[in-house]
Design a protein around this ligand. Structure first.
Ligand SMILES: [Fe+2]
Length: 156
């Protein structure tokens, strides 16, 4: 049995690494969508949404780094180019969105996509006893579910 530096079996880790790289790719497009919205939002809700999008992309920026470094900790290579991100992301770039409500809806949809991937990654990590990734995913899921609740309340 071949193990990585932290003692987890490499064969099992490969499945998880794929999921984490998919998460990383989606996170990067989500991050850029938030920057887009932060810059281009307008209207009566400008100040609150401009600030909210910044708060969300700041958190996303930290998570992107954590996910990439978790992949490295597992002994693999994180996707590191825009080409890889676009190719491997099911979250699409938000192009020419000008309506602020639509920006919030897209943000909520994007977060739900990330949640799906994180739940899958958590399951894969749990299967192989990778408690570190389980905890990371678990924290992300809890935080995102709260954001989805708040964005849904905003949209109601
Ligand atoms: Fe700014």
């Amino acid at each position: 049995m071949k193990t990585n530096d932290i003692g987890l079996e490499v064969k099992d880790t490969a499945i998880l690494v794929d999921k984490l790289n998919t998460l990383l790719a989606n996170y990067q497009i989500y991050y850029q969508n938030l920057r887009n919205f932060h810059w281009n939002v307008s209207g009566p809700n400008f100040f609150e949404l401009h600030a909210k999008f910044e708060e969300l992309y700041t958190t996303a920026n930290e998570s992107v780094d954590e996910v990439a470094e978790r992949i490295l900790t597992l002994g693999a290579r994180p996707f590191s180019s825009y080409g890889e991100y676009i190719e491997n992301s099911s979250i699409k770039e938000a192009l020419k969105v000008s309506d602020s409500k639509q920006m919030v809806e897209i943000t909520r949809d994007n977060i739900n996509t990330l949640l799906d991937i994180e739940r899958g990654a958590l399951e894969a990590a749990a299967t192989q006893g990778d408690e570190g990734t389980v905890t990371l995913m678990s924290d992300y899921i809890t935080a995102k579910e709260k954001v989805v609740w708040m964005l849904s309340a905003y949209l109601r």
